[in-house]
Structures are given as structure tokens and as C-alpha cells.
Design a protein. Structure first.
Length: 186
């Protein structure tokens, strides 16, 4: 298993639409395992393949208290939605920000499991919100698309600033490393 890099908003790759998985094979199962490891390490309660720069319709979720009930949805589709609810949402691709988003209260999802078998799941509460959030990612959408333009721009500017600061720090470190005298042990 491996921990994958998570793309950060406003990375344009987060706007790509994921393709359906044609066959659930070992390669897809490896992606699922890597995504779970990445999600737990972050730590987060959901992750979509789009966030790790893989344009396939795969999401993983674990909303359990003990972080011991991983769920995997391949080619997920929302087939029914009911009611509305508001919840504060965050996202591993929008680190450090939480905003209130209105979504369906109850959804029914059809998907394939890790073995490629179709299943249907009805959910409400946090699991319902999480599934809608992750399926949005596969469509190239982020929770910040559900809030005001002003708030979205503010988040975008702050994250872009942080990225520039990180890049400056990295290039400063690289310059220092290059300036160090070369010594060889013989
Ligand atoms: Ni997210």
C-alpha cells in the first residue's frame, strides 16, 4: 500500500471528470487500498480518486467512530434523494476550511463493491453528506462550489498564498543544499 499525494484547491486537476471503471480488477483494488491508507493517514473520513489525480469513479469513506468500517464505492450513482439538511463540511483538498453546505438529507446510492458486485445503500446524516461530497469530486466539483463566490475566492487566495510560501521555502532549502560543500569519504 502507499500514501498518495492529495491535490489542493484550486488545482485545475480537481475539475476533471472521472471515467467509469470498466472492470474491477487488482489494479482498481490496489487503488482502493492506497486511497484508504491515504484517507486514514490524512486523517479524513472520505476520499475520491480525483483528489489523488486518478480520473476513475472510485470513492472510499469511513464515518465510523473507530475508523474501522471502510466503505468503497465504484461507479457510484445517486438514484434517489430526499429532504434537505445543512452541515459544516471540510475537505482534504481544501485544508483548514469548514463551511455550511446544504445537501439532500437522505440518499440512495447504487455502486459496485471491491469485488465488482453491485449493491445499493440508503443513508442519512453524515454518511449521506459524505457520499454526496465524494460523488461531487468525481464530477469535478468541490464543496466550495456550494458556498458564496466571495467566500470561495477568499479560500482560494489563502490556499494559493500558502502554496507560494511552501514553494519559496522548498527552493530556499534546495539552494542551501546546493551551496553545501561536497565531501566524499574514501
Ligand atoms: Ni473532499
Amino acid at each position: 500500500m502507499a500514501i498518495l499525494d492529495i491535490l489542493i484547491f484550486p488545482d485545475p486537476r480537481l475539475r476533471q471528470k472521472a471515467r467509469p471503471v470498466e472492470q474491477v480488477d487488482d489494479q482498481v483494488r490496489r487503488l482502493v487500498d492506497d486511497m484508504l491508507e491515504t484517507m486514514y493517514a490524512a486523517p479524513g473520513i472520505g476520499l475520491a480518486a480525483t483528489q489523488v489525480d486518478v480520473q476513475r469513479q472510485v470513492i472510499v469513506i469511513d464515518v465510523s467512530e473507530g475508523h474501522d468500517s471502510p466503505l468503497c464505492f465504484i461507479n457510484p450513482r445517486i438514484v434517489a434523494r430526499e429532504g434537505t439538511e445543512q452541515m459544516d463540511e471540510g475537505c482534504l483538498s481544501v485544508p483548514g476550511f469548514f463551511e455550511t453546505v446544504t445537501r439532500a438529507d437522505r440518499v440512495t446510492i447504487e455502486a459496485l463493491d471491491r469485488d465488482g458486485n453491485p449493491f445499493r445503500l440508503e443513508a442519512d446524516g453524515l454518511l449521506s453528506v459524505c457520499m454526496q461530497h465524494e460523488i461531487d469530486h468525481l464530477d469535478g466539483k468541490l464543496f466550495v462550489d456550494h458556498i458564496s463566490i466571495l467566500k470561495r475566492q477568499r479560500i482560494r487566495h489563502k490556499l494559493e498564498k500558502q502554496r507560494k510560501e511552501r514553494q519559496h521555502a522548498e527552493s530556499a532549502r534546495a539552494r542551501e543544499a546546493a551551496a553545501e560543500p561536497r565531501r566524499s569519504a574514501i
